[in-house]
Ligand binder design. Structure first.
Ligand SMILES: Nc1ncnc2c1ncn2[C@@H]1O[C@H](COP(=O)(O)OP(=O)(O)O)[C@@H](O)[C@H]1O
Ligand SMILES: [Mg+2]
Length: 336
């Protein structure tokens, strides 16, 4: 009698994805497209199009993760006004659970006006409720969580000082309960980039774009063990940041993305060649692709970065952050 050879079990792609909780900004974006530089002196200039869409890095990422078939909850604050209603409706339409979004009476929902050209954007933001989100709000959601832990993703660190102050404690607590932690700081409007040295040891995945990586690495200085001085300059910077704890997954525009782990090895994935309509929120859809890969149990890092780069590229095919976000089926088709 022969015994059949032992075959390693294939990853169970049919298993239910882990949940994703996104903590951060919820607002509206008014996206104007046109090849126009704003000019003062009461000059009226014409743009090509205008769209009122869901805004906020956290909200766009949450919508993207939900579209990719992952149970997704957003922790945020909006005002009890027309923009707040629009924001909640857009999140619900994407499949995001908004039961943990506070609706604040007598406060205004945040608003960004974005002027988007094919290769750049200018952004004016009225913060409204965005800076009022607290760490205790996020902790309360984790405290009351029923079901298995998944991934906690925090976005727009520098727009939310009250959340930022408590974030190390929130992430420590999340990890103790079995959650994976993820952070997209986005840009610091004050360009000070403070607070990250205490935070990064509690972050499993950091998701900067190239400019943010340079700013973060510059503010932190060399890593604890000193960076390995091989590879291109940005890889050296990413290794220095990764030496503080997180895997660093870098968004690299049309080139796609790349990732450096604690051991310093680099993996890369190209974006898709697409006819870009609007890159607003592409980085947040990139985050969504990476988070969805984590939630779906993808263990290979190259594959996770492919999901991210592909989700980022597909999102540029429509206006705003969520106008063209991929479904799970569309992402799988693009990956294949
Ligand atoms: N011109 C483009 N062509 C194809 N994909 C793009 C393009 N611009 C952005 N992307 C996709 O979106 C991701 C995020 O874009 P990027 O501009 O690097 O980030 P951010 O929006 O945070 O500045 C990229 O990693 C890539 O996957
Ligand atoms: Mg971004």
């Amino acid at each position: 009698m022969t015994t059949p050879p032992t075959v390693p079990a294939a990853p169970d792609r049919t298993a239910a994805p882990r949940p994703v909780v996104v903590v951060g900004d919820a607002n509206v974006d008014l996206v104007l497209r046109g090849d126009v530089v704003p000019r003062f002196g009461q000059a009226e200039q014409l743009a090509d199009s205008g769209d009122l869409v869901l805004g906020g890095s956290a909200s766009i990422a949450a919508a993207g993760v939900a579209r990719l078939g992952v149970p997704t909850t957003l922790v945020a604050r909006v005002g009890a006004d027309v923009f707040g209603t629009f924001t909640l409706d857009a999140l619900r339409a994407a499949g995001v659970d908004v039961s943990a979004v506070d609706v604040a009476r007598d406060e205004a929902t945040g608003l960004s006006v974005i002027l988007s050209t094919p290769d750049d954007r200018a952004i004016l933001t009225v913060p409204g409720t965005i800076p009022t989100l607290t760490g205790s709000h996020a902790l309360a959601v984790l405290d009351g969580w029923h079901g298995p832990p998944g991934v906690v993703h925090v976005a727009s660190y520098f727009l939310q000082p009250r959340l930022a102050a408590d974030l190390p404690a929130v992430l420590v607590s999340a990890r103790e309960r079995g959650w994976t932690t993820s952070l997209d700081t986005n840009w610091d409007p004050a360009e000070r980039w403070t607070g990250l040295a205490d935070l990064l040891p509690h972050v499993d995945v950091l998701l900067p774009n190239r400019n943010e990586l340079r700013a973060v690495a510059g503010a932190l200085g060399p890593g604890p063990q000193g960076a390995a001085h091989t590879g291109d300059r940005d890889v050296v910077l990413a290794r220095a940041v990764a030496a503080r704890g997180p895997r660093v997954v870098v968004k690299d525009g049309a080139r796609g993305g790349w990732s450096v782990g604690p051991a310093g090895a680099v993996v890369r994935a190209p974006g898709l060649a697409v006819e870009v309509v609007d890159t607003t929120g592409a980085g947040d859809s990139f985050d969504a692709g990476y988070l969805a890969a984590l939630a779906h149990g993808i263990e290979d890092e190259t594959e996770r970065v492919r999901w991210a780069a592909c989700a980022g590229s597909l999102s540029t095919l429509g206006p705003g952050g969520t106008g063209a976000q991929a479904t799970f089926a569309a992402l799988r088709a693009a990956l294949a």
